[in-house]
Design a protein around this ligand. Structure first.
Ligand SMILES: Cc1cc2nc3c(=O)[nH]c(=O)nc-3n(C[C@H](O)[C@H](O)[C@H](O)COP(=O)(O)O)c2cc1C
Length: 195
């Protein structure tokens, strides 16, 4: 055994989505954010394209992010229109989390790796980030408002049309008891073929 498996099991099972509404106002230190995102970059990556990109918003940067989200949401809302309650919740979250990371997939120029695999690699990176946050005792929430998937959103944040924004990672110290969850037993989601 190369590592203490009980610790590995614990951090994987204890990782929980904790929402910004459940964060205290204690600020997350930037060296923690660096560690969280550096670990993210150790995710597997087919063809070593390393497609993950992060834009980190903190301090007044969160106001800028709020403005961007408001514009992108309005642009996407179309006939249905902006739902004021949804917008208010979104804007409030800019204040509730001291750090918000925009996670994106940068498409390799040669496009030799299928797009789905590049997205998968970034999802693996996100999991590394969330596990590291959990180890620090930080809450993390991967939020994926639909309007962020629009090419307009990628462009807005300085990416190109083939790149994709995959969501926001809110980080903060939980103010609530660490949430509990459950998963279906492995038997429900697996088939073992032995012969
Ligand atoms: C790709 C992805 C996108 C997600 N987007 C949202 C979201 O937009 N809103 C939300 O409430 N939760 C979102 N979640 C978090 C899930 O709701 C959460 O993982 C689920 O409730 C299980 O809880 P747990 O993370 O504590 O195990 C997302 C999770 C993933 C993997």
């Amino acid at each position: 055994m190369r590592y203490d498996l009980s610790e590995v099991n614990a951090v994987i099972r204890d990782r929980r989505t904790i929402y910004p509404e459940q964060f205290s106002d204690r600020e997350v230190q930037m060296d923690m954010v660096r560690q969280i995102l550096s670990n993210a970059t150790w995710a597997p990556t087919h063809g070593k394209t390393e497609p993950w990109r992060f834009v980190i918003f903190s301090g007044k940067g969160r106001e800028k992010l709020g403005e961007s989200l408001k514009d992108l949401y309005s642009l996407d809302a179309g006939e249905e229109g902006v739902r004021p309650a949804k917008l208010t919740k979104l804007m409030r979250r800019m204040e509730l989390a001291s750090v918000i990371v925009l996670m994106a997939m940068k498409r390799d120029e040669k496009k030799k790796i299928p797009e789905i695999e590049e997205v998968e690699a970034v999802a693996c990176a996100a999991q590394n980030a969330m596990l590291t946050a959990c180890a620090y005792g930080l809450g993390a929430f991967w939020s994926s408002p639909k309007f962020l998937y629009n090419p307009a959103a990628a462009e807005h944040f300085g990416f190109e049309t083939d790149d994709k924004v995959l969501g926001l990672l809110y980080l903060g110290y939980p103010e609530v008891d660490w949430p509990k969850s459950h998963r279906k037993p492995l038997e429900y989601v697996s088939r073992w073929v032995k012969e």
